[in-house]
Write a protein that binds this ligand. Structure first.
Ligand code: SF4
Length: 104
């Protein structure tokens, strides 16, 4: 559910019907896999970039404090393995929730 219009910003609906604004970002667009429908597949000739978990945390908090977003929609290409990648994604969530008390 939601729209992907606008660079890095998407909208989604929460259960009470409100439309919220999310920062939509990938930890990295580099990926081990080669899904044919995906622009970030291994064989795609796109420029690659990668954030550290701390960079995504900082980016999210900065956007949130400026009232640009209400939450984070984080995904990623597969870096070393699915488990390794998910550990990094969870690290972002844990830092936001537990270290910075982010409630978005
Ligand atoms: S990012 Fe996801 S959809 Fe794209 S190639 Fe990797 S695994 Fe497939």
């Amino acid at each position: 559910m939601g729209s992907t219009g606008g660079a890095g910003i998407c909208h989604s609906y929460v259960p009470d019907g409100r439309c919220i604004t999310l920062l939509k970002v990938l930890l990295t667009n580099a990926c081990l896999y080669d899904c044919h429908y995906c622009i970030n597949r291994r064989s795609s000739n796109v420029q690659r970039a990668r954030f550290t978990p701390d960079e995504v945390v900082r980016l999210t908090l900065d956007f949130y404090k400026r009232n640009f977003i209400e939450g984070l929609f984080l995904s990623s290409g597969i870096i070393r393995s699915a488990d390794y990648t998910m550990e990094l994604v969870i690290d972002v969530a844990r830092k936001l929730r537990e270290e910075h008390h982010f409630r978005g």
